[in-house]
Design a binder for this molecule. Sequence first.
Ligand code: ADP
Ligand code: MG
Length: 253
Amino acid sequence: MTSPVLSSLPQSSPCALELHDVTRVHGKDARRVTALSHANLTLRPGEFVAIMGPSGSGKSTLLNLAGGLDVPTQGHVLVEGRDLATLSVAERAAIRRKSIGYVFQDFNLLPSLSAAENVSFPLELDGWNPRKAREAAMQSLNEVGVADMADRRPEDMSGGQAQRVAIARALVGPHRLLLADEPTGALDSNAGMTILEVLRTRADRGAAVLLVTHEPRFAAWADRTVFLKDGRIIDETGSSNMDDLLNLEERGA
Ligand code: ADP
Ligand code: MG
């Protein structure tokens, strides 16, 4: 049963993502861990939100719940106004593929495919025609600065180039919600900066972006920052305050 509040939301809710009183508990009895506790968060299209907090504070849990990769113990997660808990497995999978882009620290490219094929592959699996998928792949490779790698296989690229191709694959297609869990962790600083630029540009063009980072200089690119501690959202700061806090003169400085 959906609550009256949720069922009264219009079909075309203006929110890209809503977390309503979301709690996630792992394990039982003595092993019980509350990874996230009564979290409320709303992202509108075009909003870029950073999540910061110590290790174990629930950042990845929040992101996985937002992306439908995990389900809450209590509360509701809505993507574009649709409560993920009310959808069938197939419907949830379709939202994950079509609406949501995930940038994680996973750089596994398929070794027998070229860069362009690696990037267009998920689109083709999703039924795109090969020419359109190739166009989208080229656009995405271009966005992260490796369009010239399009026809090379992973073994013929540097590690940094392969990382960028993997990011292009994560970002390919018209995703309206982008989730990034410390995507810069394993990257050289140039590639890290490229991701931040791409995420910011996507937000400026209307995508909602949720970025987990432990680096204040990356969080400074966001419109606001949410701080987590022991599974609870303890504070939200607009980036102007954040700038004051960090004494940054410009974004990315
Ligand atoms: P963060 O990403 O901020 O480091 P996580 O969201 O990964 O934190 O984890 C939050 C808490 O939940 C931690 O105490 C972690 O050990 C626990 N946790 C996360 N996933 C699981 C799981 N699958 N089983 C048991 N405990 C978990
Ligand atoms: Mg984490």
